[in-house]
Design a protein. Structure first.
Lengths: 227, 251
């Protein structure tokens, strides 16, 4: 009966417990804090999944790559599509939180759509590039997982950016993933993303794709040899 | 018109992330396998194909003959476009279809019907095309209502039947077959054999890598003899098989 919505339930439980525990610890108003945690966690999960699963795309597709000539990017897109489907399940947790707390977003929420595309565009080059490097060096996935764990804690997802005001703000301000996250989270919470958020997102996409393109063009033919 | 041209291609693999020394030992200890060299970074390097040239025209049925590790499978993968050679030129005209691992791309959690669609799409059918062929494939596999339940519940033989039925529903210009292609019980084997023969008859070029000499003689008119990644000879099947056997005696 529940089927694929177990994904939604799991995410709901995670967000509910994080929101309640950290909200209480930090003495936050749950009406503002739970929507913040919900939007942040859901968007972060999507981005982080693209990055971590990107590492294993080619390695996991080994048997197919070694037998059938298909565009290598197809394996990446397959993973990205799967991540988007999971996102489509998770976003309902945010909707539920919004309804529960009557935290209705205003018309700025439509800005989340271009922001969302910018995250996906960035996620694709990250996944593609990591997939190539990880095919060659098998310890990269471990490094990436640890790095993401660290970034999860240093990015304002389960704590409000305001709590690191002043000279400690650099901890997240120099983190490009924070700016990507803001592109979707801020509009969902009724705020407009800052100009810096947009700039980081767009520049990251341009340079990332240029870099990814060069890496792909140069090393693509080595992929079947490496896996 | 299908055609294949390989112009002095070379393929070598660097073996990474294994202790080079122990792997070297393992590989040298065995008498089979390609030539071994070590590249600058001390990686063990396997020279799978060396300055290999080959021309095959439409209508030719060619067998690849050689020891294990002579480079037959690597050659098939080059022909399939999977390995881009380190050096040399590859010109292939026509749609190449591999019959390497029959069970490729089968998802054990999905039903037989879903797997027909999935694997069909891997083999290059469009979604609409494969839908049209589902019935024909299902009929050939003779699995009846089992096609409605997940493949993980199948016996090995049943899964092999299904895989075979899907894999042979193709229309290739160039058909690449690696080693034994078999499926299921004796009755089904006979049927499978007939279907494979029909498939081969429709195909522009057949490349067969097999140690089964009866099969090789039956399906191929020419053969290429490979040894340690080099092309030793190419010619009529009987001549090449004789040369292969004389080589065995000398060793």
């Amino acid at each position: 009966m529940i089927g694929p919505f177990w994904i939604t339930i799991t995410m709901g439980v995670t967000i509910g417990s994080i929101g309640l525990i950290f909200g209480t610890i930090f003495g936050q108003d749950l009406h503002a804090f739970l929507p913040f945690v919900a939007a942040g966690t859901i968007v972060w999960t999507m981005l982080a999944t693209m990055i971590t699963e990107g590492c294993t795309v080619f390695v996991n597709a080994e048997s197919i790559i070694r037998q059938i000539k298909l565009p290598y990017s197809m394996h990446v897109f397959r993973m990205v599509w799967r991540t988007l489907i999971v996102f489509a399940h998770n976003i309902w947790v945010f909707v539920a939180v919004v309804v529960l707390f009557a935290a209705w977003p205003n018309s700025t929420m439509w800005l989340a759509i271009p922001g969302f595309f910018l995250i996906v565009i960035n996620g694709i080059w990250m996944a593609l590039t990591l997939a190539i490097f990880c095919a060659r060096f098998r310890d990269i996935p471990l490094i990436v997982t640890s790095a993401l764990q660290l970034l999860y804690l240093t990015t304002p997802i389960i704590w409000l950016p305001d709590s690191l005001r002043g000279r400690h703000a650099f901890i997240y301000e120099y983190n490009p993933l924070y700016h990507l996250l803001e592109l979707v989270r801020a509009p969902l919470l009724g705020q407009s993303p800052t100009l810096v958020n947009w700039e980081v997102g767009i520049i990251l996409a341009l340079f990332g794709w240029a870099f990814g393109f060069v890496v792909f063009a140069r090393y693509r033919w080595r992929i079947p040899y490496w896996i | 018109m299908a055609s294949i041209l390989l112009d002095t291609i070379s393929v070598h693999f660097s073996v990474y992330d294994a202790s080079a020394r122990s792997l070297k030992k393992t590989l040298i200890a065995s008498t089979t396998g390609g030539r071994l060299t070590t590249d600058v970074k001390e990686h063990v390097r396997i020279q799978a194909l060396t300055e290999f040239s080959l021309q095959i025209n439409h209508g030719e049925r060619v067998a690849l003959i050689g020891h294990n590790g002579a480079g037959k499978s690597t050659l098939l993968r080059v022909l399939n476009g999977i390995y881009e050679p380190n050096a040399g030129r590859v010109v292939i005209e026509g749609r190449t279809v591999p019959l390497f691992d029959m069970a490729l791309g089968m998802d054990p959690e999905s039903t037989g019907y879903e797997n027909i669609v999935l694997r069909g799409m891997y083999l290059g059918f469009s979604h609409a095309d494969i839908r049209k062929r589902v019935n024909e494939i299902a009929e050939f596999a003779e699995l009846g209502s089992f096609l409605d339940i997940p493949v993980k519940t199948y016996s090995t033989g049943m899964a092999a039947r299904l895989a075979f039925a899907i894999s042979t529903a193709i229309e290739p210009d160039i058909l690449l077959i690696d080693e034994g292609v078999g499926a299921g019980d004796a009755a089904f084997m006979a049927k499978a054999h007939r279907r494979l023969e029909e498939l081969i008859a429709r195909t522009g070029i057949l490349i067969l890598s097999s140690h089964n000499e009866t099969l090789v003689r039956q399906w191929c008119s020419k053969a290429v003899l490979l040894e340690k990644g080099r092309r030793v000879n190419m010619g009529p099947i009987d001549q090449i098989l004789a040369q292969y056997h004389s080589g065995l005696v000398v060793q």
